[in-house]
Ligand binder design. Structure first.
Ligand SMILES: [Cu+2]
Length: 191
């Protein structure tokens, strides 16, 4: 049986494309370390989030930035129509050289959480805490974008994430300090 040479050429081209596609996936996983977000954040009732009843859930806290170590932070974000809390009203701010774990939950419908220009990019499904960790060594400002159509104000659903120099880091901007302050006030009695 004779195979036409054009047919042979297309067969070779097809094989090269398949091998090329597999190679890009392998490179993405091994090289830049691109990974899928899994369900490690756990499930969460959508009602407690919508009602701001954060004490009722053990894997989500009041939205804000919590310092967990010298250079590590946990950031809890609620995505709701049509804002990120925090992020939209006030920027999320961390010092450069930080490792950040994001916990994002939805108060209503499915949203997206993407730090523009980074690998931090996840769907925020009601009932699920989307958890992902990233390192920010350089200063910069990133837009936070909702990339899942969520309603009439979707195009306005955006926020700001700022990585500032250590020296400029504003302690007052973090809720862990507010919490420390609250604890100090409670310890010192009512005022
Ligand atoms: Cu949206």
């Amino acid at each position: 049986m004779e195979i036409h040479r054009y047919e042979k050429a297309w067969f070779v081209a097809g094989m090269v494309l398949i091998v090329g596609f597999i190679a890009t996936v392998v490179y993405g996983a091994v090289g830049p370390g691109i990974a899928m977000v899994d369900d490690s954040g756990g499930q969460v009732g959508a009602n407690p989030i919508a009602n701001e009843n954060y004490d009722a859930v053990d894997n989500f806290r009041e939205p804000g930035v919590y310092r967990t170590g010298e250079n590590s932070f946990d950031i809890y974000v609620v995505a709701q129509r049509f804002a990120f809390v925090p992020g939209t009203g006030e920027p999320i701010r961390i010092p450069a050289g930080s490792e950040v774990t994001f916990y994002v939950a939805s108060a209503d419908v499915t949203h997206g959480f993407n730090l523009a220009g980074t690998n931090v990019n996840v769907m925020v499904v009601p009932g699920q805490v989307s958890e992902m960790t990233a390192r920010f060594d350089e200063t910069g400002t990133y837009g936070i974008i909702c990339h899942e159509y969520c309603g009439a104000g979707h195009h306005d659903m955006a926020g700001t994430f700022e990585v500032v120099p250590q020296s400029q880091y504003d302690h007052d901007a973090t809720s862990d300090d507010r919490e420390l302050l609250r604890a100090a006030l409670t310890a010192g009695g009512e005022r």
